[in-house]
Ligand binder design. Sequence first.
Ligand SMILES: C[S@@+](CC[C@H](N)C(=O)[O-])C[C@H]1O[C@@H](n2cnc3c(N)ncnc32)[C@H](O)[C@@H]1O
Length: 289
Amino acid sequence: MQNRASRTAEQVALFRALETARGHDRVFDDPLAVRFLHGGYRLLARAARVRPVGLRLSRFIDRRWPGPRPSAVARTRLIDDLVIEALGRGARQVLLLGAGYDSRAYRLPGIARVAVYEADHPATQAVKRRLVRGAVRPERRRHVRYVPVDLLTEDLGDALFAAGFGALEPTVVVWEGVTNYLSEPAVDATLRRLASLTATGSSLIFTYVDRRVLDGEVDAGSWAEAVRRQGEPWTFGFDPAALPGYLAARGMRLALDLSTRDAAERYLQPLGRIEDAAPFYRVAEAEIQ
Ligand SMILES: C[S@@+](CC[C@H](N)C(=O)[O-])C[C@H]1O[C@@H](n2cnc3c(N)ncnc32)[C@H](O)[C@@H]1O
């Protein structure tokens, strides 16, 4: 990136649109996903509404790029559930950090009762805002505030406060598909900022790539190469074994750490769907202390 909208964000929206098009055995319904797509991607998502076409398309994507599609599907459903649980525990605001084309603000049950802050790089956010204006009625987006911020160069707290973010409110933060595009200092600064901005008991849900992929010890196959060619290479990962201590040093307790392969076993396999999500792409939840 940047200076243009994130291509990887649009790809995740394509995977969500394909999942939504499956019909009876889909694991979530994201009707806005198709509205975020351009050109060929939108045509593919429309064609996928004919179920045999959609299934063949998914199989083709999985053969050519093993991992990203089922990983995105499984992580989306897992994070949906975690956000709904956090809202049930009393979160009063939601922060979607690096929101991309995440549509949770407009589709999760009960979320419109709290304030939702969508923070993202200005280039991606400008496109998202335009598309949301065309797709979502004003009364269904009144609870959403947009926060343009470049996490590599700007202070998250300043940007959030300018948008009205409530300091020390019980919050659920979703940082999905983003840490792998940042630098170590930016991840560190963001975590420290989040710990100081939100109330004790708030939750941070985030994804990360296993560090061993970045170190070349684990092969991510054509996936890592594909994002690199799109100009959005993976630049950061965590060592899962060191994660509890890393978070503890920043005022957080690791409560959950699952691979997207584990999440696929939880959500896809019971429907008879054997799809190969990545063991090295992980979803974690931390409690802010
Ligand atoms: C793969 S997309 C994930 C989007 C969304 N969270 C999802 O899961 O659908 C990566 C997101 O990270 C954002 N991002 C990348 N670098 C960023 C930066 N330096 N500052 C803020 N956002 C950034 C992009 O704009 C994009 O929305």
